[in-house]
Design a protein around this ligand. Structure first.
Ligand code: ZN
Length: 508
């Protein structure tokens, strides 16, 4: 409450017009004396009345009095609309007290609450000829801390793999506006703390604790932690799954280490690992035990037996050979190649007619097939596929090109030792021979070939005869051999897994 009385002098001004009226009073000397006296009396009365009124006004001291709600100095919050507590004014005097009527007030000045600072409002009242005012001081202050809003991405699911990816936040201050850039983000354990201060030093801190799979995924090995396999051509990993506790499939992030050589018996370890952004790693280990296939004992035939074997076909003479064997009901063995595709169907026929089929070589190129185990088995598989196409099954018989005792493979030291072991471990049986027909270069004479075979087989319990059915002079020897054998008490038989293998000593 404050009142201004500097303008109380104005009340004196109020009397001036009447004083002027007074100075312009008596004039008529021509009116009657009575009338003149009356006029004089009235005038005296009027002057007296004016003097009394002026005295009353002066003594009353009538002026404007302000009543302000609230303090003369108030504070208001930055960024929020200013609400003035209000003010009213009345007239007041010594003699007649306060008027109950509020004078019309105007307010001059504005309070800018968009920033901190000081402002003034002037309440102005007019009374008679005077202007009265009082002032309110307003301090715009910022005591409200900024607000941090944490955003959430619809459908976002953090995982153990990536950890938590910030979903976003917004910081706003009534006074300073957008403070998002000033937010400090700190990871404390499993919590994230967000802090920001406004220009007035008001500080806000919020936190979030993202709910996600903090536990590591489990790697489940399909097929078990331990596998036992018979030595074979290829090992196919049965697979694995990695799932975190939120159900996220992380399998594609699993790295596999280790190698299994499937044709080499032994114990192998495969390690499956998955690492996350935080550098944590989860692993599982699979032990793969490669076991050698059981190899049946070779059984000696109960009577002298001739095992006719033909390498390097099928070829142009295979059909007539099969006709002959059929006519005599003699079973033989064909170690086949892929060199003459026109005659592949002879493989099927031979198989159906009770002959044995074995792998020889697809390419029959020593330098290719003995370059490595991989190269050998690639070639081996090619023959197996051809055999499968013609017969509907794979074979477990083979003959190494050049025989197991070859030295043409010595450019790759030890390869024959390793291959012989590998094929045995995989359940194959390889055959060499103990009777040479001589058709591999020694002679092209059928008569000589017949003689070589007869000489070789004579008196032998198990004769494994090497011939080549791509050579007509060798095929031409077969009928005489059969006749000699049958006439001399020999049996003819096709080779099987448990037949005498006629192994040579391995030289490489
Ligand atoms: Zn050959």
């Amino acid at each position: 409450m404050k009142k201004k009385d500097k303008n109380t002098a104005n009340t004196a001004g109020e009397g001036e017009p009447e004083a002027q009226e007074l100075s312009s009073a008596p004039e008529g000397e021509k009116v009657s004396k009575k009338k003149k006296r009356l006029k004089t009396a009235l005038l005296i009365l009027a002057v007296y009345a004016v003097l009394v009124a002026a005295a009353a006004v002066a003594v009353d001291g009538r002026h404007v009095r302000f009543y302000m709600n609230g303090a003369g100095t108030v504070t208001t919050e930055c960024g929020q609309p200013y609400k003035d507590p209000g003010c009213y004014a009345v007239t007041a005097g010594r003699l007649f007290g306060e008027s109950s009527r509020h004078l019309p007030l105007s307010v001059e000045g504005q309070i800018d609450t968009s920033k901190t600072g000081e402002g003034e409002l002037h309440y102005v009242a007019r009374y008679l000829l005077g202007r009265y005012e009082t002032v309110r001081h307003v301090q715009v202050v910022d005591t409200t801390p900024p607000e941090i809003r944490l955003l959430h991405q619809e459908g976002y699911e953090p995982s153990w793999l990536d950890g938590y990816t910030e979903e976003g936040f917004v910081a706003e201050d009534l006074c300073d506006g957008d403070l998002t850039e000033q937010v400090r983000r700190e990871v404390q354990g499993e919590k994230i703390i967000y802090t920001v201060s406004d220009a007035a030093g008001n500080k806000t801190q919020v936190e979030r604790e993202p709910k996600y799979a903090v536990t590591a995924p489990e790697i489940h090995l399909t097929g078990g932690d331990t596998m036992e396999l018979i030595a074979c051509r290829t090992f196919t990993d049965p697979g694995f799954t990695a799932v975190d506790s939120q159900g996220n499939d992380l399998s594609s992030y699993v790295q596999t280490e280790g190698q299994v050589i499937p044709y080499e018996p032994g114990s192998y370890e495969l390690r499956y690992s998955i690492s996350n952004a935080a550098g944590e790693t989860v692993s599982a280990v699979r032990t793969v035990n490669i076991l050698p296939a059981p190899s049946p004992e070779a059984v000696q035939p109960s009577r002298n037996t001739i095992y006719l074997t033909f390498d390097d076909g099928p070829g142009p003479y295979t059909e007539q050979l099969l006709d002959l064997l059929k006519a005599y009901n003699v079973k033989a063995t064909f170690f086949v190649t892929c060199n003459y595709p026109d005659y592949f169907d002879m493989v099927g026929r031979a198989y159906r007619e009770g002959h044995s089929i074995g792998v020889h070589s697809a390419s029959h190129n020593y330098y290719e097939i003995y370059a490595s185990e991989e190269a050998f088995f690639d070639d081996f598989d090619a023959v197996q596929e051809m055999i499968y196409e013609q017969t509907g099954s794979y074979t477990n018989l083979l003959r190494f090109p050049g025989g197991s005792s070859n030295t043409v493979s010595s450019f790759n030291p030890g390869i024959m030792t390793r291959l012989a072991q590998a094929v045995n471990d995989m359940g194959y049986q390889y055959f060499d021979w103990n009777v040479t027909s001589g058709d591999a270069g020694e002679t092209t004479k059928t008569r000589q070939i017949v003689q070589n075979i007869i000489d070789g087989c004579s008196g032998r319990r198990a004769s494994v005869v090497l011939q080549h059915d791509i050579k007509d002079y060798s095929v031409a020897a077969v009928e005489q051999v059969i006749n000699w054998g049958l006439n001399n008490g020999y049996a003819f038989s096709a080779l099987g897994l448990d037949s005498p293998s006629a192994h040579h000593g391995i030289a490489n």
